[in-house]
Write a protein that binds this ligand. Structure first.
Ligand code: UD2
Length: 325
């Protein structure tokens, strides 16, 4: 994705933590396409080297953990921006392993911020999550609404936001946190039962197997295409007046789970019918972003209508060796 916009990408070298993952690797591609140098640190716990195979000869890659201060200091030297995407991203995994996930999501994030401080890196763009809003019924979600974290994951993401703000206020590092809503697109790994619903439905439809729908399927989410999330990251790296702030990154549109399956079923040309199950424990019913702050300060505007994003994603799953097989 060439970044042809009113905002110029003024940075020369970037570090992407978690750059072998779903969102991170899409971000790496986009940064390279804009002629900017990229370094990547990833411990490959959930990332895949195959996500970087096409660009490996053009990046500096280190297989390492963000908890390792020495490696981080080394690889971030000379960078103008860090895009911090590395994390334990599964909510249930953080419920199962609150301490271990905190080491990565809390301490690891602090290490990233520290590396930025040590190396005088201008800006850090950090992945946060709509999970921080919890199950508060207020919709659409605005950044000014009260937070209500309901899992270690949500607490960890919120802690990351607070630490980011501290690093801006105390040390002058420009930090920008992006609260991702339900991200989907090429390279999302469908192999765990807690993977994103779109990746799971894609795999099921291609295999002509019945998907599970939890509850009545009328629950809705704000699904945002990964390349729009990438664009939001690039804008967050250069936008003025963004430092020390958090932004919702979604589309402002809601798609119900039933409609989602119907669209994917139609793309796959299958008539498999879903199997309805009890609602998933702890699931929120509805989620949708108010993105007016990102629109005004980041000049973020999603470019991929859902129908376009879902078609592109379907093509990718059709043509790829799906992870976990
Ligand atoms: C998203 C995030 C999660 C956290 C949370 C905060 C993803 C993948 N997860 O969880 O990290 O930020 O938001 O609220 O973005 N569903 C089915 N069948 C399936 C799988 C899911 O019906 O096989 C339903 C599920 O019950 C839910 C909806 O689809 O109502 C979305 O599920 P999800 O796991 O993709 O994402 P979500 O919103 O629970």
């Amino acid at each position: 994705m060439r970044f042809s916009d009113t905002l110029k990408l003024t940075f020369k070298k970037a570090l992407v933590t978690g750059g072998a993952g779903f969102i991170g690797s899409n971000l790496v591609d986009a940064i390279l396409e804009n002629g900017i140098n990229v370094s990547v640190i990833d411990n490959l716990s959930t990332g895949h080297l195959s996500n970087l195979s096409k660009v490996m000869d053009r990046i500096a890659f280190i297989e390492g953990d963000i908890q390792d201060a020495d490696i981080l200091n080394d690889i971030s030297k000379g960078c103008d921006v860090i895009f911090h995407q590395a994390a334990v991203v599964s909510v249930p995994q953080t419920v199962e392993h609150p301490v271990e996930s905190s080491m990565v999501n809390d301490i690891g994030t602090l290490r990233v911020l520290e590396a930025a401080r040590k190396n005088g890196i201008k800006r850090v763009v950090m992945a946060s999550s709509c999970a921080v809003y919890g199950d508060d019924p207020g919709l659409p979600k605005k950044e000014t609404m009260p937070v209500k974290p309901l899992s270690p994951y949500a607490v960890q993401k919120l802690t990351g936001e607070y630490n980011a703000k501290l690093y801006t206020d105390l040390y002058g590092i420009e930090t920008v946190c992006l609260r991702y809503f339900n991200v989907y697109g090429p390279r999302q790994d469908p192999s765990s039962p807690y993977s994103g619903v779109i990746s799971i439905f894609m795999k099921k439809a291609i295999e002509r197997k019945a998907p599970f729908i939890y509850g009545d399927g009328n629950q809705y989410r704000d699904f945002v295409f990964v390349r729009d999330v990438v664009k939001a990251n690039l804008k967050a790296a250069v936008a003025e007046k963004a430092a020390g702030r958090v932004f919702n990154i979604g589309t402002g549109q809601a798609i119900r789970v039933n409609d989602l399956w119907e669209m994917i079923r139609a793309l796959a040309e299958t008539d498999v019918t879903p199997e309805y199950k009890e609602p998933r424990k702890g699931d929120i019913k509805e989620s949708k972003a108010d993105i007016s702050l990102a629109k005004s300060l980041l000049r973020f505007e999603p470019s991929f209508p859902f129908e376009t994003g879902i078609k592109e994603t379907f093509r990718w799953y059709q043509n790829s060796q799906i992870y976990g097989d």
